[in-house]
Design a protein around this ligand. Structure first.
Ligand SMILES: *[C@@H]1O[C@H](CO)[C@@H](O)[C@H](O)[C@H]1NC(C)=O
Ligand SMILES: *[C@@H]1O[C@H](CO)[C@@H](O)[C@H](O)[C@H]1NC(C)=O
Ligand SMILES: *[C@@H]1O[C@H](CO)[C@@H](O)[C@H](O)[C@H]1NC(C)=O
Ligand SMILES: *[C@@H]1O[C@H](CO)[C@@H](O)[C@H](O)[C@H]1NC(C)=O
Length: 472
């Protein structure tokens, strides 16, 4: 995840507005829907106006952001019932699946990281779990997610650091020697979700294995419940950058919540007699409850007491105003919290107030632009902070729409409960696991490859901050 963003798209709208913020009554379902629709629409306007608008789903210099956009927009559709963006979402989700049906399209594959591909795999997973409409002449969403999983698995690296995934895929990429939390956490999450969805034990076993490796490496500290951002093959992954990002917690916590929710046919069924009985069936594995609780507790650093303890803040970059693509992490984290509240319902009473406090503050920040609907970065300011952008808008969409889980939520489906497409099977043969390297030499394509080699502003900022925080 490196590169630019869509900042140019709405340059004309940067003028700060001073008019009314988005009207939001957090206890009122319709009010949340209306606010979410306003912000989701402006998010999709950024998408429609991007540089690569002629290619469905492609955000060329930040390809991973497309996966994240669609993941959030699919959940937005499920929670609000608003399908007005579905045509664009469906078109993009299918266009970018690539010839291998595994979200590794040859236009971009020469410079993608494992984490980039995983964001699309997780989007396909969300589509499967939420019964998002699928085209019966295509592979099912679950099969697309399984195909991503199989390619990523083929890159599991036992040669260095006794296991784990590298951040990047190709040796010439900056970050190839690193093994980082988000990449391994997202693979853990995808494994846990596929395990719950398909009931195929292979995924559950791998989720266990990825978790155990993470805990053995310096990325996941199961004593302090801290997640550190990255580590390096060069010292056998012994030292870690102690930099703290919300999305790292989000992805490991989501994986743990889905592991907590796995139902094995031999397990004693728990039934609390309430309306959530279906959600609460679990093997009752204390291991995952302990992990989820421990990480959740530590993740409260992203809700600083000095802002009241209920407003999400990306504490590593917001104070210094250094957040760029990282602006999206809050959107990811909000989505993760909403999934956790649904598959581990005992957490709901702790999570809802955090989603509510953050949404109320975020909505107050949305007074930018000529239409007074562009949101800022620092939600805790409860006013627009002067920097609008696609990432801000998408994170605000996420924090607004996830508040819908307080009203008649429904746990993500499994293969057994999801409706079947008209034709097509729900299990399939995974695609080839080979990494096909396509190097573009044509200068006309230099846009495609330039992102990583030039580093981009985000890479520099992250490296600088990693260096600073490494010392803490
Ligand atoms: C790959 O690039 C070509 C040429 O720009 C474009 O037509 C095609 O839609 C792109 N494919 C994807 C998956 O982005
Ligand atoms: C489903 O996909 C096929 C193959 O790409 C396409 O021809 C068809 O128009 C699609 N159907 C719908 C309803 O989009
Ligand atoms: C379980 O998933 C793995 C990985 O995709 C696959 O190789 C295997 O065939 C699946 N098993 C069954 C019984 O479907
Ligand atoms: C929760 O986290 C704080 C530090 O953030 C720590 O001091 C405390 O011991 C943790 N509590 C539990 C129950 O893990």
């Amino acid at each position: 995840m490196l590169g630019g963003s869509l900042k140019a798209a709405f340059a004309a709208a940067l003028l700060a507005g001073s008019a009314a913020a988005i009207d939001l009554d957090i206890k009122d379902e319709q009010s949340i829907k209306d606010a979410a629709k306003t912000i989701a629409s402006s998010t999709m306007s950024y998408y429609a106006n991007r540089d690569s608008a002629d290619i469905p789903g492609a955000i060329v210099t930040s390809w991973w952001e497309g996966g994240l956009l669609f993941d959030i927009m699919i959940q937005y559709w499920s929670l609000t019932g608003d399908d007005s963006n579905n045509d664009a979402v469906t078109e993009g989700m299918y266009w970018q699946r690539g010839s291998g049906n595994n979200y590794f399209p040859s236009n971009y594959s020469s410079y993608l990281g494992n984490d980039d591909q995983l964001t699309w795999g997780l989007a396909a997973m969300t589509a499967a779990e939420l019964d998002y409409p699928q085209n019966s002449s295509m592979l099912t969403w679950a099969m697309l997610a399984e195909n991503v999983w199989n390619v990523i698995l083929s890159r599991w690296d036992e040669e260095n650091c006794y296991g784990g995934l590298r951040w990047q895929i190709w040796p010439y990429q900056i970050g190839y020697t690193m093994k980082n939390a988000y990449t391994n956490g997202a693979f853990f999450e995808l494994s846990a979700r596929l395990g719950r969805f398909t009931k195929n034990q292979t995924y559950v076993d791998w989720a266990e294995k990825i978790w155990e490796w993470s805990a053995k490496s310096s990325l996941l500290d199961v004593d302090t419940w801290k997640i550190y951002d990255s580590t390096n093959c060069k010292d056998n992954c012994e030292a870690a950058s102690h930099i703290q990002w919300s999305y790292n917690y989000g992805t490991y916590m989501t994986g743990a919540a889905y592991m907590y929710n796995q139902v094995s046919s031999s397990a004693p069924k728990q039934n609390n007699g309430g309306s959530q009985a279906n959600n609460d069936k679990t093997d009752g594995k204390d291991k995952w409850k302990t992990a989820l609780n421990g990480l959740f507790n530590t993740s409260q650093i992203f809700f600083p007491e000095k802002y009241g303890g209920k407003i999400m803040s990306e504490v590593t970059c917001e104070p210094q105003e250094l957040c760029n693509d990282e602006i999206l992490f809050k959107g990811l984290f909000a989505q993760d919290l909403s999934l956790i509240a649904q598959v581990a319902p005992y957490t709901e009473s702790n999570i809802i107030p955090l989603l509510q406090g953050s949404a109320v503050a975020a909505a107050k920040s949305c007074t930018g632009g000529t239409n007074d609907d562009l949101c800022g970065i620092k939600w805790y300011k409860s006013e627009y902070d002067g920097r609008s952008g696609f990432e801000q808008q998408l994170s605000a969409t996420s924090i607004l729409m996830t508040n819908m889980i307080a009203f008649g939520k429904q746990a993500p489906a499994t293969q057994a409960t999801a409706s079947k497409p008209a034709s097509g099977t729900s299990t399939g043969s995974p695609s080839s696991t080979s990494n096909t390297l396509v190097i573009k030499t044509d200068n006309a394509d230099k846009d495609n490859g330039a992102g990583v080699l030039s580093g981009g502003p985000v890479a520099v900022v992250v490296a600088v901050m990693a260096g600073i925080l490494y010392l803490i």
